[in-house]
Design a protein around this ligand. Structure first.
Ligand code: F0G
Length: 457
């Protein structure tokens, strides 16, 4: 087996979803109608949809069987116990609280823990995590050291432990209700966090008696990287690595739309009894009774089965290798990407690829639009459009202008990925011809979802 270099998809296709193949002319017209905002496209006008890896994956035969088995009793459904046991198997926290997706878990947790004057440190907050912490008046602080996009380090997602110590010294431990570590570090390029770093953060939390929570959306991908890159884990089974990560934390938030291999779902888990009681009370107000959260019994079954499949080695090897296949092919042809390649996505450095487009003319958006027009590929700008607008209405360049190609799980084949490589290379070759954009209409907040643009000539 090991002698073959080609990593095949470890599944056969069982149910076929058609892709409508559009023409360049059609796509140019659709993009114009959408105000050059890819969120405003109809998904069936997209050929390869790499907007997100969240909830966009394909479920397995056994997950669909679980959907049939789903029991829709309001309280105490057998599907709840199946779900609870599957989560508990990997994350043995005392309290497991289902929610309809990750941000619902964040909203509940921060409603209990956040308040004006509080500070929440994280290696890097995902947007909804930041927004939910800030919505309570708390301050959300990122503590990942800044690395050059091309610097190849094995655990670029790690938290800066010295910066965490300084923050605790400056603000005082009472200002910090919880310390978060996001695995993998999505906003920093899907980069993993090492077990050594989790242990070091744990030690700081212990010294100051602070709770540590994981934002565990991509826990299995992170565990695979630990096994591949961290000394001492070469032959540790993935579920054991996951349990060790969990053993270093006091709780977690989770979006089952990523490494739950499901299309919807999430949970909140913790050991603290009184915190759990307060969270459950809020859960009943906003999500539902504690044995279903915001989910149907069938969703609970799909997640339980997804958790068994996501820690399988053949799956994870294929998953991580196929993401690297795309990223490495782009890097080899001179397209600047964040390296090493992360777990769930490839991030193109649009600012480096399009130096003639200033950040305030949105090089990431220009590249994302070109990938759509040329090849029908939908990606996501993560740069000045997303982060450049400040609450006072002023605008400045974001730290980076990236375009994320996020890979849905078990959905596209290698020939789809080869097509993406060909299209990106084609666009990169003609990058000097690309022009920036200006914003013609935008809301006061979260403008990347709804802003309308006009190309500059
Ligand atoms: N935490 C991280 C690290 C995430 O990447 C996401 C979602 C969430 C929390 C929120 O989970 O969507 O279930 O409410 N990330 C998606 C993305 C949307 O495209 O990266 P959710």
């Amino acid at each position: 087996m090991e002698r073959w270099k080609t990593i095949i998809e470890p599944f056969r296709i069982h149910s076929v979803e058609p892709i409508r193949l559009s023409t360049r002319e059609e796509r140019a017209a659709r993009l114009n109608e959408a105000g050059y905002n890819l969120f405003d496209l109809h998904a069936d006008d997209v050929i390869i949809d790499l907007l997100t890896d969240s909830g966009t994956g394909a479920m397995s035969r056994d997950q669909w069987a679980g959907i049939q088995r789903g029991d829709e009793s309001y309280a105490g459904s057998p599907s709840w116990f199946t779900f609870r046991d599957a989560v508990h198997q990997l994350f043995p926290f005392k309290h497991i609280i289902p929610t309809h997706q990750g941000r619902a878990a964040e909203k509940i947790l921060f409603s209990v823990l956040g308040a004006p004057g509080k500070v929440v440190p994280n290696n890097t907050h995902f947007d909804t995590t930041r927004a939910n912490a800030e919505a309570t008046g708390a301050e959300a602080i990122d503590l990942t050291p800044s690395h050059e996009p091309g610097t190849r380090l094995p655990f670029k997602g790690d938290m800066d432990v010295a910066a965490l110590e300084r923050l605790i010294d400056e603000r005082g431990r009472d200002a910090i209700p919880v310390v978060f570590v996001t695995v993998t570090n999505n906003s920093m390029g899907g980069q993993p966090v090492s077990m050594a770093n989790l242990r070091a953060v744990r030690a700081v939390c212990d010294r100051h008696d602070l709770p540590l929570f994981l934002d565990a959306c991509r826990f299995a991908e992170n565990a695979w990287f630990i096994r591949q890159r961290e000394k001492g884990y070469e032959s540790t089974p993935i579920p054991d690595i996951v349990r060790e990560m969990a053993s270093l934390a006091d709780g977690m938030t989770m979006s089952a739309k990523k490494d739950g291999l499901a299309n919807i779902g999430g949970w909140l888990a913790m050991n603290d009894d009184s915190l759990a009681e307060r969270c459950r009370t809020l859960l009943i107000l906003t999500e539902g009774f504690p044995t279903y959260g915001g989910l149907a019994g069938r969703d609970l079954e799909a997640i339980a089965q997804g958790l068994a499949e996501v820690v399988e080695e053949d799956y994870l090897r294929y998953r991580i290798t196929s993401t690297a296949y795309l990223g490495d092919a782009l890097a080899e042809s001179g397209v600047p990407v964040i390296e090493p390649i992360g777990g769930h996505a490839v991030y193109i450095d649009a600012r480096a690829l399009l130096p003639h487009i200033p950040p305030l003319q949105y090089p990431g958006q220009a590249l994302a639009c070109a990938l759509y027009v040329e090849g029908g590929i939908r990606s996501c700008e993560i740069g000045t459009v997303m982060f450049g607008l400040h609450p006072d209405g002023t605008e400045s360049p974001a730290a980076m202008d990236l375009v994320r190609l996020a890979i849905p799980r078990r959905t596209y084949t290698q020939s789809h990925v080869d097509y993406v490589i060909e299209v990106v290379r084609f666009v990169a070759k003609r990058s000097a011809e690309l022009r920036g954009l200006r914003i013609v209409a935008a809301p006061a907040q979260l403008r990347h979802f709804t802003a309308r643009f006009e190309p500059l000539s």
